[in-house]
Design a binder for this molecule. Structure first.
Ligand code: SAH
Length: 288
């Protein structure tokens, strides 16, 4: 296998099991190693990214490279990050000489994603490690130059928070931060059997396309984030009562809060999950 692993079909369960065995790698649950082994889902992810051949794609958690291989074919450049040394070594052996690939052996949570993205990343396409998927997407979206498109595979429960609408239990910090910048869509549910080993949960492909409905400077995006982070600390409480005691310099007195809500056409008895993204954007303009 080692000598001719250039012929491996990374979307084939048999080849993936053999590749892992020959290289004495056992999938690490803590690192969320569930390798995609379904060709249809792979194609759907790549198609959803609508690559034209000019883009610089960021992939986080490259694993065995099933997605990396496709991205290298369809994009101008790929920057791939992998934390696991064994997997990094495999990736490097296979594609290390490919001039289209920048392969980084790093923890995405510790890497300077902002600098990486500012360096020309236009799309994020990833089957994310589930335990840190939300943090990664939020970090990328909070960067100074968020990519125009993100296509990610993560657990369904998380995807539902990404697309949540006001008045639902899933509406929260993540929904506001992402929807302020992106049209977020669930493309498809993905069954556990599409991965090796099988995860315990159903997954979803999520696509996020930048929109320009709320053009905010980086500073204003950071203010909005601060406001919703404080507000959703106590999602069951009315905003007027909970935000008087907010932290992070976000607290205001009740009169200020009431009049701000009124200016945004928000009822004084509203709870955080009832506000639309537009109302949050307006409220944060007045708040800071
Ligand atoms: N993209 C591959 C692998 C997905 S599994 C596929 O679709 O088959 C998730 C991958 O993320 C694993 O390879 C895991 O080692 C890697 N990973 C986990 N935590 C990470 C982190 N903090 N930074 C970078 N990579 C990470």
């Amino acid at each position: 296998m080692r000598e001719n692993d250039i012929n491996i079909n990374l979307a084939s369960p048999r080849d993936v099991v053999a590749l892992l065995e020959t290289n004495e790698i056992s999938p690490n649950k803590k690192l969320g190693q569930n390798f995609l082994i379904d060709r249809n889902i792979l194609n759907l992810i790549v198609d959803s990214a609508a690559l034209s051949g000019t883009e610089h794609v960021l992939e986080i958690g490259a694993g065995l490279g099933v997605l990396t291989e496709q991205l290298l074919e369809k994009a101008a450049h790929v920057t791939a990050i992998e934390k696991d040394s064994g997997l990094y070594t495999l990736l490097n052996r296979r594609w290390g000489n490919n001039p289209k690939l920048t392969l980084l052996h790093a923890d995405a949570l510790e890497a300077d994603l902002n600098a990486l993205i500012e360096n020309g990343i236009t799309k994020l396409v990833s089957n994310l490690p589930y335990s840190v998927g939300v943090r990664i997407v939020i970090d990328v979206a909070s960067s100074a130059t968020p990519p125009d498109t993100m296509v990610v595979l993560l657990q369904k429960e998380v995807g539902e928070r990404f697309v949540a609408k006001p008045g639902t239990n899933d509406m929260g910090i993540v929904s506001v931060i992402l929807q302020q910048l992106y049209d977020v869509k669930i493309i498809r549910n993905v069954k556990p059997s599409c991965f090796y080993p099988k995860p315990e949960v159903t997954s979803v492909i999520i696509r996020m396309n930048r929109h320009e409905r709320f053009p905010l400077t980086l500073g204003k995006r950071q203010n909005l984030q601060k406001l919703v982070q404080e507000a959703f600390q106590q999602r069951r409480k009315q905003i007027v009562s909970s935000m008087r005691g907010a932290g992070n310099n976000v607290a205001r007195d009740a009169d200020f809060i009431r009049s701000s809500l009124e200016k945004c056409g928000i009822s004084a008895t509203s709870r955080p999950e009832e506000l639309s993204v537009e109302q949050w954007v307006k409220l944060s303009e007045i708040w800071f």
